[in-house]
Design a protein. Sequence first.
Length: 428
Amino acid sequence: MGDLMNLSALLNQPIARSIADSRREARTRAEKDGKKPTNPWYRVRNEAGSDDAEIMIYDFIDPDPWFGGISAQDFVRDLDAIDASNILVRINSPGGDVYDAIAITNALRNHDATITVQVDGLAASAASFIAMAGDEVVMCRNTEMMIHDARGFCIGNATDMAEYAEWLGRASDNIASMYAEKTGGEVKDWRKAMTAETWYTAEEAVEAGLADKVIAAKSDDDSKKAAAHFDLRAFAHAGRQQAPAPFIPAASAGLSGKEAPVATLKEGLAERLGIDADADDETALKALDEALEERSDDTQPGDGGTGEPSVGDLNKAAAKHGLRLVDSAKWDEVTAQAAAGNEARERQVAGEHARVVDSAISKGKITAARRDHFLALMKADTEGTTKLLNDLPDETAVPLSEVGHSTEPGPDSIKNVRESDAYKGLEG
């Protein structure tokens, strides 16, 4: 992506051929002199017998890495040599060539290992959609991600310019689809964000669905050194601090960076029609016609078809509204059991109320004539009535033992239960 010239698209121009020839001659001389350059910003750690491997992409993406950069050819060759079950891809890159970046992305997606992409510093331009290849994408604290439209330049006439502009549009739509696949958003929305050149902090990338989490980076000076190696002046903004607030989709699904789990339309039809996913269009259409014809026959009057929805259809419709269909006989059985349970509980509670009231009667706290009255009070306020009866002195209403021969009531005597403070408190 970036601002690297795609020589393969310009080889029909004299100036492009001259540049390409010069680079080719320099490379040939270097090969003869045994001076093939090494890139300190691209490393692969793959220890024999280990289940874990690590790839560091700390440079721009360039199909011709003789003068710096990382090519898809070198990357795929090194990736194919890894048989580990877990691969950590560490990224600190300003992006680069679209086609090589797409090749790197697809190579990671198609690898059998579990891919974790970790942004150590910057994942800008093409490096940002390479990150989408991870089964998990993590951002180290204080890192950034940037997305923008594919860019380049063309030498030629108006027709050449128009064709190149069309190609850039297609390339950008393709890239936007990668962000949409990861986040669950719409391609058009991501394309709009790309056109504006959008920068994300680590936390914003997670919020947008471009990454899965933020982690604290281990002590490693490589990313800081590599960051100083990049010149961001080619971008509209030199980092998140100079950029406006980023685009955040309404709802981020956070889908896997590998093959999307959502089947294509043709795959979905093949599954429902019971044909091979590799069936040609003619076979698929024929199977569809047969299925439609069978459905039409099933709903014709006089053929036994009712045209009514199936039980499965009804179940699906009910599930959408949080409901569940139940057989009527089973429902009657369940409701009858519930009613029986309620009745048993009511009898149990009534028995407990009667026990408390009868106990108060037996102790002379209330008269037997007031039994129904206190049972009603128990039903209305079990706790309050129980406390009232417990607080009443024994023999308040009915003396059960000899209390003397005085004919004058004492100052503290209570003529009946209604005069007690506890009863008055209950009645309010």
